[in-house]
Design a protein. Structure first.
Ligand code: L4W
Ligand code: ZN
Length: 268
């Protein structure tokens, strides 16, 4: 693993080039990077944190595609039809896509950890602040531009709602493949209890790693079956033209320094 440490002033964290898709492990001046380890006993209960309010319209679901890092289910975010508000948020946020991160084995794969505990996968529901901005691409550059809900996946019973998505994956095995995907309610992927969560200010976990995300990490996980997760691993990082096919696994970023941030909890 090549790591060209650059000379670093106090302002710059050590920058290491990392192989594969992760890009730089840290960005110059990055003091609110994601993901992080959530140290439960150091999180601070905040009674002002409200319950999450999600209103997702399955009719806004459009397509599912393999972008070479993960697979994304994309929603029509030209109107306020699928929205998130409440929780730690002051504004209304529009759902634009959801995707997952997972490992090559069930022992790891999540991006966030809880007291260093790794989960086999993690779901990210990505929303942008439609009260303040008019496009995701605009919001992604702003401090309060994005809100991402993180949900941990555990291996257990089969997730009936997920199966429609799993059945679509063979059609998008290669990087760049897109297929229509409609009438999918992402609410079915949320845990039954959405009142208990941790929240902190962080960043995108893939390039451009911009520090524009209010993270909302659910305390309660969802369960998916071993076989459902195995289909995630049948996806490929590589496009159909490339000679060497690489299976899409371990598409997670390593935990980043907390840099003095406080993680708040909505529960005691
Ligand atoms: C200007 C184009 C940006 C494309 C990248 O968008 C992203 C990247 C990462 C995440 S994640 N893993 O932190 O939820 C969410 C959205
Ligand atoms: Zn993600």
């Amino acid at each position: 693993r090549r790591c060209n440490l650059t000379a670093c002033s106090s302002k710059y964290v050590l920058s290491q080039m990392h192989p594969m898709w992760q890009g730089p492990l840290a960005v110059p001046g990055g003091d609110r990077q994601s993901p992080i380890d959530i140290v439960v006993r150091k999180s601070v209960f905040d009674s002002k944190l409200k319950p999450l309010e999600t209103e997702y319209d399955p009719q806004t679901c459009q397509q599912i595609w393999n972008n070479g890092y993960s697979f994304l289910v994309e929603y029509d975010d030209t109107t306020d039809k699928s929205t998130l508000k409440g929780g730690p948020l002051q504004d209304k946020f529009r759902l634009c896509q959801f995707h997952f991160h997972w490992g090559e084995s069930n022992s790891w794969g999540s991006e966030h950890t809880v007291d260093r505990r790794l989960f086999p996968a993690e779901l990210h529901l990505v929303h942008w602040n439609s009260d303040k901005y008019s496009l995701f691409e605009e919001a992604v550059m702003e401090d309060n531009g994005l809100a991402v809900i993180g949900v941990f996946l555990k291996v257990g019973k089969r997730h009936e709602g997920l199966q429609k998505l799993v059945d679509a994956l063979p059609a998008i095995r290669h990087k760049g493949s897109v297929v229509d995907f409609t009438r999918f309610d992402p609410g079915c992927l949320l845990p039954t209890n959405t009142d208990d969560y941790w929240t902190y200010h962080g960043s995108l976990t893939t390039p451009p790693l911009t520090e524009s995300v209010t993270w909302i990490v659910m305390k309660q996980h969802i369960e998916v079956s071993h076989d459902q997760l195995a289909v995630f691993r049948s996806l490929l990082f590589t496009s159909a033209e490339e000679e060497v096919q690489k299976s899409m696994v371990n598409n997670f970023r390593v935990q980043q320094p907390l840099r003095g941030r406080t993680v708040r909890s909505s529960f005691t």
